[in-house]
Ligand binder design. Sequence first.
Ligand code: BTN
Length: 255
Amino acid sequence: SRLVAPNGPYAALDVVATTASTNADLAATSAVDRTVLIALEQTAGQGRRGRSWSSPEGGLYVSVLFQPAGVSADRLPWLNLIAGLALVRVAQSVGVEASLKWPNDLLLGPSAGKGAGILSEITADGSVVVGIGLNVAKLPADVEPAPGGLAPTSLEDLDAAELDRGELAFRLLVELAQLEGVWRKNGGDAVESGVLEEYTEHSSTVGRRVRVELAGGVELVGVAQRIEQDGTLAVRGDDGRDHGVSAGDVVHLRP
Ligand code: BTN
């Protein structure tokens, strides 16, 4: 558990061969700020909106617990987006083109398949558990498409530079600590910390025609305009009205 330096960016780091869900594990313990749990396999991986996340051996499953004192609750959704930025940096570092489908699906390669997903949860005591599932090894040919018809892909499917999962996890945690550290130092301000600009730069959603499946089965079709300071997606509906989208599944439509 103590793979971490006393003054390093993380308080504790555990690596386990297998567990049900790294998010569930961290949420259930009274872990301190910046605790990391890595699994090489999950038996009950959780995805967004109650879905499951297929987590075979060969992927990378990382959860980090944050307690950013001094950041107001309305800014916490940025942790979710920041994790996506860390993934973009890691994918690019192994020679794979990467972008983000808002809020936090990592799209990889020329055909923009889904290479990773992020699930962030707020625990009862106000901590945020950020869970990252990265597809590393080649996926079986019969793997199910993600919601919105996104084809799943992996770093190995895209011939990324060969790296073991330890090295990938290390890079991911270094980038995440750097981004989160600057963001936190700026009180969670997405503009001052530069994360809004970096996110917008890597967004494949801004400027696209989208269909958003909002809660309650309501559907919004329009053009994504920008990411707002609070991390929400501004969509100009086909009815000419502007909507701020804070949750829901976004589907990219053809122009
Ligand atoms: C999604 O639906 O796209 C989000 C998937 C998030 C999966 C990760 S894997 C590590 C962490 N533990 C979980 O059970 N889920 C997240």
